[in-house]
Ligand binder design. Sequence first.
Ligand code: SAH
Length: 245
Amino acid sequence: MHRFKITELGENAFWLRGDEREHLVRVLRLVPGDDIVGFDNTGAEYYATILKIEDKSVTCRILETSHPEVEAKTKVYLVAGLSKGEKMEWVIQKGTELGMSGLVPLRVKRAVMRLEGNKAVDRVERWQKIASEAAKQSHRVQEPKIFAVADWVELQKVLPANTQWLIPYEEEKTERLFTVLNSLAPLLPIALIIGPEGGFEPSEVTWAQEHLGAKSVSLGPRILRAETAALAATAMVLAHYGDLG
Ligand code: SAH
């Protein structure tokens, strides 16, 4: 059953416009009478049938509304030091499947790429599309948000005020992730700050500890690639809170 992000929700109908309409008409070639599923990032899912297809919109009649328990209860945000493009895309796709709530691309000292101005806006737009597609594929009803590329000082404004900041740091030898998680109250948003291929400058870790109250944690004695660390940490946090079944 094909899934679509609803453009406009009515009483017992919804409409698809723009890219969602194009995908339905041109790629999937669906026709009136076909059944589809719509979601609108509120946690609800709408089983519907296509009523009519016009040149700007598709009208669908809602047959059944449900609130599937598919989203993670704990909001996990990845704060990812700018890595190579395709690595970021891979982390966004896999992080979405795992259940992350959002990703903040972070400008770090040893970043592999520089993203500024329109180039940054275009790249974030592309990353949001990847997150949206992965949300559909994994039957989520909430797309993760890809935030604008941020500097360290902007992080606090971007994520919720009660976010608990964890910074998996390759030089951290003692503090274990689970020890820190056990010390936190449940259901608080968790931000995982992951370095780029080149790792963090010690001054960045200190800054995060001082300004965000970030806790430096180890992911074990082996050095993981940035993308591996991002997904391993996400999976471990979600598993810890029972959000991976
Ligand atoms: N270039 C560095 C490694 C950077 S790995 C080196 O070779 O030492 C990229 C990021 O993944 C790190 O900045 C950190 O956020 C995370 N990471 C990788 N392995 C880790 C580990 N064993 N413990 C904690 N974080 C780790």
